[in-house]
Design a binder for this molecule. Structure first.
Ligand SMILES: Nc1ncnc2c1ncn2[C@@H]1O[C@H](COP(=O)(O)OP(=O)(O)OP(=O)(O)O)[C@@H](O)[C@H]1O
Ligand SMILES: [Mg+2]
Length: 271
């Protein structure tokens, strides 16, 4: 399929298997255990599952922070494994990640300007004028004021810090954003604002999202298709509407039984 941006085939990631310094065996954890999926340009794939189901491990493989133990992953038709030099720079520009805890994912010793200019310099090799221009434009796009540039991460609320995290990811103009529980640490009303912003940015910038959450209401509000994960495996997948209307797997039904209050807030804030 020509419009496929991400293709994952039988991805596996193991942890453990060695010994501790006292010689005790560390059991093998199959954090991701044979996961296959694809993501089309411009769509949002939701990944949902309870704690420990392998969502973050999958996310870290997608952005190249973790190497798969087995399986195959490609982005824009290029294999992700063993990238170096120009190819690695191109990949890290195309694929960016937004983390769960907005404040601790930002370097506390750097100003917002330094945080945002860093990736522009490293990945685009841009000079001072272009860095300043990109940073000013992205800050406006995520709804933050220019005077924030000279402040430090601890001076911001959770919602503002997550907007900075988003700006850091978007400033290099990626194609794919992998969002690992981007609103879970925020208050419900702020969650709705950030989700609305994400939806708006996707339309304006033509972005593709992999959106991870343990919260089905958030997934339902934002995603086109969904992967339901349990113990490192995909138990159910399909268009959001189909999966939510008629879940085939008992595990999906049990996740749906716990629908949190955020659903209401998202409906109020989004068209
Ligand atoms: N670096 C690591 N070393 C050892 N085990 C790990 C490591 N990272 C993850 N795991 C294990 O892999 C499994 C999947 O973890 P992962 O963090 O991917 O789950 P998750 O779905 O993101 O959970 P949560 O909803 O709590 O964020 C868990 O059993 C976890 O303990
Ligand atoms: Mg996680």
């Amino acid at each position: 399929m020509v419009d496929v941006l991400v293709a994952a085939d039988a991805l596996v990631r193991l942890f453990g298997g060695g010994r501790t310094w006292l010689g005790r065996r560390v059991p093998v954890v199959r954090a991701v255990d044979g996961v296959s999926f694809w993501v089309r340009h411009g769509e949002t794939l939701g990944v949902v599952g309870e704690s420990g189901s392998g969502k973050s491990t999958l996310a870290r493989m997608l952005v190249g922070l973790l190497a798969p133990s087995a399986g195959h992953l490609s982005v824009a038709g290029r294999p992700v494994r063993g990238l170096a030099g120009v190819e690695a720079v191109r990949f890290h520009r195309a694929v960016q990640m937004v983390f769960q805890d907005p404040v601790s994912s930002l370097n506390p010793r750097k100003t917002v300007r330094q945080i945002l200019e860093g990736p522009v310099q490293v990945l685009l090799g841009a000079g001072r004028a272009e860095r300043r221009d990109r940073v000013a434009r992205i800050l406006d796009l995520v709804g933050l004021r220019p005077e924030f540039l000279e402040r430090y991460p601890h001076e911001f609320s959770g919602g503002q810090a997550q907007r900075i995290g988003l700006a850091r990811a978007l400033v290099v103009e990626p194609e794919l954003l992998v969002l690992d529980e981007p609103v879970s640490a925020l208050d419900v009303s702020i969650q709705a604002q950030v989700l609305t912003l994400l939806r708006d940015l996707q339309t304006r910038l033509g972005l593709t999202y992999v959106f991870i959450s343990h919260d089905l209401a958030v997934i339902e509000a934002l995603c086109d298709r969904v992967l339901v994960m349990r113990d490192g495996r995909v138990v159910e997948t399909g268009p959001c509407r189909t999966v939510f209307r008629a879940p085939q797997h008992a595990y999906t039904r049990s996740l749906m039984a716990a629908v949190p209050v955020v659903r209401q807030a998202i409906r109020v804030c989004t068209p």
